[in-house]
Design a protein around this ligand. Structure first.
Ligand SMILES: Cc1cc2nc3c(=O)[nH]c(=O)nc-3n(C[C@H](O)[C@H](O)[C@H](O)COP(=O)(O)OP(=O)(O)OC[C@H]3O[C@@H](n4cnc5c(N)ncnc54)[C@H](O)[C@@H]3O)c2cc1C
Length: 235
């Protein structure tokens, strides 16, 4: 089934959905030009202005374009995501509601990178199906324990203690373009965990669609990372 344009599916059950947006390339231009009490000067000069702002890290005009996303990620991704303080968050509560039976089961496993201690490597030698089966069995046990605890009268806020980090959560994330660029710079880069990279790439796609001039300037002057999926195959 084709998904609507405003939603991109990520991993096995996650997604990023653009709920709302305010401003775009023109909002950046307008904010910059108010400094000089001048109006838009046509596309070529407005694009050049955005490139100039980006190149010289004059980034406050980019704060006038804002995105609101609805996101579904495993908890371990959300935990990394929430380190980004320059944004607004509201997350589903495991105290108010019973958690949904949604868990991330990787189809492809990676082995530990011995050089980059935070990193992992694609590995054909792993028993991918066996590892996924092991994780699925663990999840089934955790869900059964969660249900048992609830049935025995435990509060939702305590019963959830048996649930693993691959449980999916959902949150709203409102972020301005400046902070979004910081997020993409850090989390689309190959040093970020692969699962997190997939979300950052989806955010980048929404950013590119809505703010093409700023996206172009970002890639040219601000992006310092590595990820061929972001740069159309270029390293
Ligand atoms: C590959 C990778 C590995 C990581 N590993 C770890 C780890 O092992 N342990 C760990 O704890 N974290 C880790 N992090 C998280 C990282 O340290 C940041 O917390 C996270 O990336 C958010 O970045 P940020 O502070 O730029 O974003 P935001 O919090 O959104 O802040 C945006 C910008 O606002 C400014 N700012 C925000 N708050 C302050 C402040 N208090 N004082 C001054 N300026 C501020 C800074 O310029 C900052 O860049 C890792 C991140 C990455 C990408």
């Amino acid at each position: 089934m084709r998904r609507p344009q405003d939603r991109l599916d990520i991993l096995d059950k996650g997604f990023v959905r653009l709920v709302d947006a305010m401003g775009g390339d023109q909002a950046v231009v307008d904010a910059a030009r108010v400094c000089y009490d001048s109006a838009s000067k046509g596309e070529a000069q407005d694009r050049a202005l955005i490139a100039y702002l980006m190149k010289h890290s004059h980034l406050t005009p980019f704060e006038h374009a804002v995105f609101k996303f609805h996101v579904s990620t495993p908890l371990f991704v959300a935990r990394q995501w929430f380190r980004h303080r320059m944004a607004s968050y509201n997350e589903v509560s495991g105290r108010y509601t019973e958690v949904k039976d949604d868990f991330y089961i990787p189809a492809q496993w990676r082995s530990q990178d011995s050089v980059n201690k935070q990193g992992s490597l694609a590995s054909a030698g792993l028993d991918h199906r066996g590892l996924s089966a092991k994780l699925s069995a663990q999840v089934r046990g955790a869900v059964a324990a969660y249900r048992d605890l609830l049935a025995a009268g435990a509060a939702r806020e305590l019963a959830r203690l048996v649930l693993p980090l691959n449980l999916y959560t959902q949150f709203y994330w409102t972020v301005n373009c400046r902070s979004l660029m910081n997020f993409i710079s850090l989390r689309a880069d190959e040093h970020a965990q692969w699962e997190m990279q997939q979300y950052a790439l989806a955010l980048a796609e929404f950013f590119r669609r809505r703010m093409p001039w700023t996206w172009e300037a970002f890639l040219e002057h601000a992006w310092k990372g590595r990820n061929p999926a972001l740069t159309g195959g270029k390293p």
